[in-house]
Design a protein around this ligand. Structure first.
Ligand code: ZN
Length: 527
C-alpha cells in the first residue's frame, strides 16, 4: 500500500458512504431478501467454531450477536444517540447505522457497508472482523474469504495447493505449502499420508489426471493431513522437499507403478530435507550480490511509530519497500524479495529466516524513527551491536574462528551455526554497508546528528548476510512526517539506497579480500 496522503481517508470514506447508500436503495427497490452463504469456520487454540454469514445487498454480513458469543464482546445500543457500541478487552468500537465506518478507540476504520438491523441484532460486514475487531482485541484475526476461514491468534493453518502430473510410470504430486510447515510423509496401506505440524489446512487439492496411479487426493481425518489414495497400478512412493518462494515450501510426492521399473525418472533436487527443522542454519558461501531482501518494518497489528497527522510507520515502510524493489530489479538486475508485500504481521525472526532461506546477499530493514522531542529529525543507519550477545559472538566477530560453533565438522562446504551467531560473522561487512548507505543518503536527505549507530536489533541477529536497518527519518517530526509520506522523498530515499548498494557491490568485486569479509573456519577470508 502506498501511504495515503493526508485527506485521502476522508474522500475514501465519502465514496464508501455514497456507494452504500446506492446499494441500500437498490436493495429496497428490488426488495432483496438476505441470501445465505456458507458459514465461516473460526479456528483458534480453543478449537473450531462456526460463524454464520449472509449476503445483504451484495455484501457479506455477520451478526454482532454471533461475534459477541465467539469473542466475548458486549454489544450495547444507545437508542437515543443511535449508536452501537461493541466493547472488547476494555476497548470500544462504535458503529453508527447508515455509516460505513467504525471508530476503534478514536481511530476511524472504513467498512464496505453500514450496519443493518435484523430483528434484535445488527449485521455488520465481515470486514468488520479483520479491520475493527482485530484492532480492538489486539490479536491476529485473519479472514480468508475464499476458504471460509477466520484464524484467531497464533494458530498455524498453512495454505496447501497442488498439481498432479503423469510422467509415464509415475504420477508426480506437487504440493505448495505456505508458509513452509514441518511434515511427515508415510505410506499407510494403499495410500500415502502427509501429516503437517499445524492446527488445520487451507487446502485446494487437485483432481488426478492419472487415476491408474493416483485415485484421489483429499484432506485427511486429522486436523492437518493430506491423503493420496493409490490407483490400481500404484505400488510405492517417494517424497522430497524443495524450498519455495517467500518462505513457502514445496513437497513432491511421486507415486510409482507397482511392477514396471520406472524408466526415465526426472530426478528431484535437492535431496530430501529433514522433517524436523534443526535449530541451526545452513550456510553456503557465495560471491557477488544476486538476491536482496528488503524488510518493510512492522505491518498488520504492529503499526510502528505514528506521526502527528496519523501517518503510520508500517505504511511508509511498505511504500518505500515496494519502490525500492522495483528500482533495484530494474537498475541493478538483482532479485529482490520483500518480507511482506501487504499489511501483514510478520515476526522478527521470520524476516531474517526468509532472507536466510532465500540465500540473500544483503538484508535491509526499513523503518521510520520516533522521538519524544518533536524536533528530532534526520535519517540514521544501524548495524548490529553484539554487546548483548555474549563473548562467543564477539570472538566470532573478531575472527577467533575456533569459537565458531560448527556442527558436523570435516566437510566445509555446508556449515551450520547457531541462529544467535549468524550476524556476528558479518559485522564488519554490515558496518561497511551501513557507511556506504549513510554517505549516499547524506548527499540527498537530512541526516540525524548520530547518522551511524550500533544497536542490538532482534531483526538483524539471525541474518546470515550483511544486514542493516535504516531509519529514514523521524515520523514524529511534523515536517518529516510530510516528507516520509511524499512520493518525492520516498523516491529520493530509494535512489540513495540503490546508489549505495551499487557502490557496495562495486567495492566488493574490486576489493574482495579487503572488504571486511567474515572469518570462516578452515582459514582464509572470503566474501
Ligand atoms: Zn520501526
Amino acid at each position: 500500500m502506498v501511504p495515503r496522503p493526508a485527506g485521502r481517508g476522508v474522500s475514501l470514506f465519502v465514496v464508501l458512504v455514497f456507494r452504500t447508500a446506492v446499494l441500500l436503495l437498490a436493495c429496497a427497490l428490488v426488495g432483496a431478501q438476505p441470501a445465505t452463504t456458507p458459514p465461516y469456520s473460526v479456528l483458534s487454540s480453543e478449537g473450531r467454531r462456526q460463524l454464520p454469514a449472509r449476503i445483504v445487498a451484495g455484501q457479506e454480513m455477520v451478526a454482532l450477536e454471533d461475534l459477541a458469543g465467539l469473542f466475548q464482546l458486549t454489544v450495547r445500543e444507545d437508542s437515543l444517540a443511535g449508536g452501537i457500541s461493541v466493547s472488547a478487552r476494555g476497548q470500544t468500537i462504535v458503529l453508527t447505522p447508515g455509516q460505513s465506518l467504525a471508530t476503534v478507540s478514536g481511530r476511524l476504520v472504513p467498512l464496505p457497508a453500514a450496519p443493518i438491523r435484523e430483528g434484535r441484532t445488527w449485521l455488520v460486514p465481515i470486514d468488520f472482523v479483520s479491520r475493527a475487531l482485530a484492532l480492538s482485541l489486539g490479536t491476529r484475526l485473519e479472514v480468508r474469504k475464499p476458504s471460509r476461514l477466520i484464524l484467531v491468534g497464533d494458530i498455524r493453518v498453512p495454505r496447501v495447493s497442488g498439481t498432479v502430473e503423469p510422467q509415464g510410470a509415475l504420477a508426480r504430486l506437487t504440493l505448495d505449502v505456505a508458509p513452509q510447515t514441518p511434515h511427515a510423509v508415510a505410506q499407510e496401506g494403499t495410500r500415502v499420508v502427509i501429516k503437517f505440524e499445524a492446527d488445520g489446512l487451507d487446502a485446494a487439492l487437485p483432481a488426478s489426471p492419472a487415476p491408474d496411479l493416483i485415485q484421489g487426493i483429499r484432506t485427511g481425518d486429522g486436523p492437518a493431513s493430506v491423503v493420496v489414495e493409490f490407483g490400481p497400478r500404484a505400488g510405492s512412493f517417494r517424497a522430497s522437499d524443495l524450498p519455495g518462494e517467500r518462505g513457502a515450501g514445496r513437497i513432491v510426492v511421486d507415486i510409482l507403478a507397482a511392477t514396471t521399473t520406472p524408466a526415465p525418472i526426472t530426478p528431484v533436487t535437492p535431496p530430501p530435507a529433514p522433517t524436523e527443522p534443526p535449530p541451526v542454519l545452513d550456510i553456503t558461501p557465495s560471491g557477488g550480490i544476486r538476491t536482496i531482501v528488503i524488510d518493510a518494518g512492522h505491518g498488520g497489528d504492529e503499526h510502528g511509530a505514528r506521526g502527528p497527522q496519523g501517518t503510520l510507520e508500517k505504511n511508509v515502510t511498505l511504500g518505500v519497500a515496494r519502490r525500492l524493489k522495483a528500482a533495484l530489479e530494474a537498475g541493478l538486475g538483482v532479485r529482490v524479495i520483500l518480507t511482506r508485500d501487504t499489511d501483514a504481521t510478520v515476526g522478527l525472526d521470520e524476516r531474517a529466516a526468509l532472507a536466510n532461506n532465500n540465500k540473500a546477499d544483503l538484508f535491509i530493514s526499513l523503518h521510520a524513527n520516533a522521538s519524544v522531542r518533536p524536533s528530532a529529525s534526520g535519517a540514521e543507519v544501524f548495524y548490529l551491536s553484539l554487546d548483548e550477545y555474549g563473548d562467543q559472538a564477539q570472538r566470532i566477530a573478531k575472527g577467533e574462528t575456533e569459537a565458531l560453533p560448527v556442527i558436523g565438522g570435516g566437510v566445509r562446504d555446508i556449515e551450520v551455526i547457531l541462529w544467535e551467531m549468524a550476524q556476528a560473522r558479518y559485522i564488519e561487512q554490515s558496518a561497511v554497508l551501513a557507511q556506504t548507505i549513510e554517505s549516499a543518503l547524506r548527499e540527498r536527505v537530512p541526516m540525524s546528528p548520530r547518522a551511524i549507530q550500533q544497536a542490538p536489533f532482534r531483526v538483524l541477529v539471525g541474518a546470515n548476510m550483511p544486514a542493516v536497518l535504516v531509519e529514514m527519518g523521524f515520523i514524529t517530526n511534523a515536517d518529516q512526517e510530510k516528507q516520509l509520506n511524499s512520493e518525492g522523498f520516498q523516491a529520493t530515499i530509494v535512489h540513495g539506497l540503490v546508489d549505495s548498494i551499487a557502490r557496495y557491490r562495486d567495492r566488493q568485486s574490486t576489493r574482495p579480500a579487503a572488504a571486511g569479509a567474515s572469518p570462516r573456519p578452515g582459514g582464509g577470508r572470503q566474501f
